[in-house]
Write a protein that binds this ligand. Structure first.
Ligand SMILES: Cc1cc2nc3c(=O)[nH]c(=O)nc-3n(C[C@H](O)[C@H](O)[C@H](O)COP(=O)(O)O)c2cc1C
Length: 385
């Protein structure tokens, strides 16, 4: 079973990821992890932190001479700004100005204060912060490396920011660099310009913006996931993983919400015989049927709400005085949809890698590959002709 845990706070000394269940023999370099972490930092509209901080990583275990050992992989990401923060975040007496007592509507602050019985929302927001997704990126890149060995590629792109929507056609597996070259990770250049303008406008208004991104996984064979239990269904696993990303409030698989208003004749993907065997002229289902991959491209979209830390703060209540107040202002992003899309890639990659491991097993990459090859060969014989 492939699983991972992360630990660490946003302004602490660092974050740790432990990934268990990877086979022996995956090639993993420190540079590859660092490059993926850099992708998560991208995007027009990010806060100052992205400019000043670097992700400094240290592999603590599970990798030797550039290859996984089959033991848990552990990676430490140091917060390079920690020396400065350790002073800024030093303990303060109750009632001090450094305490965060004015919870932000839309953040974890109030629910966490009530749940854990604290008047200092910093105890909550330090862990609720999306900084944690840097640690997930480690699990994500390791998953991607596993998927690459079995011919699967996961990419993401931004569909909309605020009211601006891309009208471009869906990208292909080779488009990652071109997408990453866009400041908003969108291939439609007209939409890209309008998205940047929208972010600038929001910033000027001291407001924030959300949007929609899409994750695509190419090369997934049919039969990943299962129909037999609620907690083994691939669409459910993907939706849960994407929804766990901070600020994601909606997930759709394939044409999702759109097909709810269409007749059945326009909602499914007919099965035909193509030159290479079974084929689907359309992919409205987004690559899953009955909780299993069906051999088409996996396609998942996520709706991200606007960032809840506003420079024009919303109304709240000071939890120490009980008086009406303005919500606290933290250093913050105006829009983080491009970065959230990268995290979406990581989560989809993790779910797929875990399901590959569950179906094909193997303590070493060679064992995994042999099982996948055998399965793919069997699929090529269907239907019997
Ligand atoms: C990549 C990324 C960056 C984010 N940056 C910020 C930010 O700078 N400020 C903020 O208030 N929220 C930010 N968020 C969203 C919060 O982390 C999130 O809204 C909060 O933890 C509450 O969780 P919920 O929105 O899922 O309910 C970001 C989310 C992601 C995915």
């Amino acid at each position: 079973m492939l699983r991972f845990l992360t630990a660490g706070e946003s302004h602490g000394p660092g974050l740790v990821t432990i990934v268990e269940g990877l086979p022996r023999g995956l090639e993993v370099s420190q540079d590859r992890i660092t490059a993926e972490l850099a992708r998560r930092r991208m995007g027009y509209g990010r806060g100052k932190r992205m400019a000043i901080e670097r992700d400094q990583i240290e592999i603590l275990g599970g990798i030797r001479h550039g290859e996984t050992l089959g033991s848990p992989v552990s990676v430490l990401i140091r917060n390079t700004e920690w020396p400065r923060w350790s002073e800024e975040m030093s303990p303060e007496p109750a009632g001090s100005k450094k305490q965060v007592t004015r919870p932000r509507p839309g953040h974890a602050d109030l629910a966490g204060m009530l749940k854990y019985g604290t008047d200092d929302a910093r105890d909550i927001l330090e862990r609720a912060s999306a900084r944690e997704t840097a640690a997930r990126t480690v699990a994500g890149i390791l998953s991607k490396i596993l998927l690459e060995t079995v011919g699967v590629k996961v990419i993401s792109h931004v569909i909309s920011i605020g009211a601006v929507r891309s009208e471009g056609s869906p990208p292909g597996p080779g488009d990652t660099d071109a997408i990453d070259d866009s400041p908003v990770r969108c291939l439609d250049r007209t939409a890209e310009t309008a998205m940047i303008e929208a972010i600038e406008e929001a910033k000027e208004q001291r407001d924030t913006l959300g949007g929609i991104f899409e994750v695509l996984a190419f090369g997934v064979p049919p039969g990943i996931g299962s129909h037999v239990h609620y907690d083994r269904k691939l669409d459910g696993l993907l939706a849960g993983a994407i929804m766990s990303i901070p600020a994601i409030k909606g997930v759709e698989v394939g044409d999702g919400f759109e097909v709810a208003s269409l007749p059945g004749s326009e909602s499914h993907d007919e099965i035909v015989l193509g030159a290479a065997g079974l084929a689907r002229p359309t992919n409205r289902a987004g690559g899953t049927e009955g909780g299993m991959s069906n051999g088409e491209t996996i396609r998942v979209r996520a709706a991200m709400k606007p960032i809840s830390t506003l420079m024009r703060p919303l109304r709240t209540v000071d939890m120490t005085t009980g008086e009406p107040a303005e919500a606290v202002r933290e250093r913050s992003d105006v829009c983080a949809v491009p970065a959230a899309a990268v995290v979406g890639e990581q989560m989809v990659a993790f779910v797929l890698a875990a399901e590959f491991q569950r179906k094909f097993g193997g303590d070493s990459v060679d064992e995994l590959l042999a099982a996948v090859d055998r399965y793919r060969t069997g699929l090529n014989r269907r239907p019997a002709r």
